[in-house]
Every structure is written in structure tokens, then in C-alpha cells.
Write a protein that binds this ligand. Structure first.
Ligand code: FES
Length: 257
């Protein structure tokens, strides 16, 4: 284990949603290269509290790359310099002694800043809520093997289900689009038999809720590069295909009712 010295931090500080913000500079004199990025911020906060100053507010929960709560722009990259890695899984060995690290909150108008580095990602919840529930038979739990699902389809669904909803895709997109997030949530159900009964109702509602809050996708691909779970933008093509079909399927359903 070695130590990094003199890590300079430039951190966005903002007292509240309607307040102006500014960068403030801090120095971490010494930190283990085995410390995680968030542990380094914990050290900074201890330092600030000991000096009688206000700690930096940032989001985190599982610290295991599972929950999607951590959310930092590090040197202009969502989740920092290591591909396929959430902020909480990033380690200080990725940086050099004397490095200056710029830390900002997610930059997207759909994610307003709550305080410092914490943003409100409720717009993602609105998309998921609009997707509603799936229809599932109740009664005794059937043996999983009774619903045959080809392996490539199960794999594709699981890949989409890996989305942790962190919002890096939106923060990295120059348009602030949420297409990768929405498409992942649509695909993980639409690929499976259990997701079929509401498939077209769901995709139409989720895409239209997404459009209310977020920008439009123009295929930059930054979302895929920033995604800590490396979800492919192929899911966006699948979502567009389903949405087009939904506009016909749902119109037919409406005219019959
Ligand atoms: S804190 Fe849960 S994914 Fe980073």
C-alpha cells in the first residue's frame, strides 16, 4: 500500500436549489491509494468538521456499485476516469500525488441540485412509475423452467436489468437525454414472457414521460461510455422499435374500446 500526497480538490458548493454555486478548493495532505474515492471525500468531511466548517453533501448508499445512488462528475466525466465503474467503486490509485481533481454534481436540468453534489433524480422515478405493473399469475410459485426463455434472450434481459439508475447517462449526454436509462428499463421487461401483456402500453407511457423531463437523443453515444454497468445503446434501438409498434397497437386497442 502506498500513499498519495497533496491531492487538491476543486468542489462545487451550493447551499440550496435556488442559491448560486461556486467552486471551493481543498487539500488532502495524504491518502492511501487503496482508499475509495468516497472514502477520500469522507476524510475531507472529517477535516472540514474538525475545522468547524460545513461538510460537503454528496449522495451514496451501498458503496458496492449496486444501488445507483453515487453520482459525481469527476474531471468532467460521469463517475470519473475508469470505464464501467460507479463513483463508489473508483479508487484513489487511479490518481497521482499532487493531482487536482474537479468534482461537480450531475449536470442536467432534469436533475436539479439539492445541495453541493447531491441532485434530485425523481424524474427517473416518474418514468418508472409510468411503466406500471406487470401481469403475473398468482398462486403457487411455478418452477422457473416451466417458462422457457432462450439463453440469448435471458442474457439480453439481464444485461438491461443491470441498470442501477444512477443517472450518469443523462449527465454525460450533451442533450441531457434519458434514452439509455428508459430503454434499459423497457427492455428488461419487454424481452421476457412476463413482460408481454402490458408491453406496448408500458413503452408508450415510459417514452412519453421521459420526453416530458429530458432532452432528445441524437446518438452521441456518451451515455454508453459513461454507464458504470456498460449497458449497450442497442437497447435504445429496441425501445424505438417497440414505441413505433406501440403507436399502432395502442391505437387499435383504443378504437375497439
Ligand atoms: S453508492 Fe450504490 S452504486 Fe455507488
Amino acid at each position: 500500500m502506498s500513499h498519495l500526497s497533496d491531492i487538491k480538490l476543486k468542489i462545487w458548493r451550493q447551499a440550496g436549489p435556488d442559491q448560486g454555486g461556486r467552486f471551493e478548493s481543498y487539500l488532502i495532505p495524504s491518502i492511501s491509494d487503496e482508499a475509495s474515492f468516497l472514502e477520500m471525500l469522507d476524510v475531507l468531511n472529517e477535516q472540514l468538521i474538525n475545522e468547524g466548517r460545513e461538510a460537503v453533501v454528496f449522495d451514496h448508499d451501498c458503496r458496492e456499485g449496486i444501488c445507483g445512488t453515487c453520482s459525481l462528475m469527476i474531471d468532467g466525466q460521469a463517475h470519473g476516469p475508469q470505464r464501467g465503474t460507479a463513483t463508489c467503486q473508483l479508487h484513489m490509485r487511479k490518481f497521482q500525488s499532487g493531482a487536482e481533481i474537479v468534482i461537480e454534481p450531475w449536470r442536467a436540468s432534469a436533475f436539479p441540485i439539492i445541495k453541493d453534489l447531491m441532485v434530485d433524480r425523481a424524474a427517473f422515478d416518474r418514468i418508472v412509475e409510468s411503466g406500471g405493473f406487470i401481469t403475473a399469475e398468482t398462486g403457487g410459485a411455478p418452477d422457473a423452467n416451466l417458462i422457457p426463455i432462450p439463453k440469448p434472450v435471458a442474457d439480453a434481459s439481464m444485461d438491461a436489468a443491470a441498470c442501477i439508475g444512477c443517472g450518469a447517462c443523462v449527465a454525460a449526454c450533451p442533450n441531457g437525454a434519458a434514452n439509455l436509462f428508459t430503454a434499459a428499463k423497457v427492455a428488461h421487461l419487454s424481452l421476457l414472457p412476463q413482460g408481454q401483456p402490458e408491453r406496448y402500453k408500458r413503452v408508450e407511457a415510459m417514452v412519453e414521460t421521459m420526453d416530458e423531463y429530458f432532452g432528445s437523443c441524437t446518438n452521441h453515444g456518451e451515455c454508453e461510455a459513461a454507464c458504470p454497468k456498460e449497458i449497450s445503446i442497442d437497447v435504445i434501438a429496441l425501445m424505438h422499435q417497440d414505441y413505433r409498434k406501440a403507436k399502432f397497437a395502442n391505437r387499435k386497442t383504443l378504437s375497439r374500446s
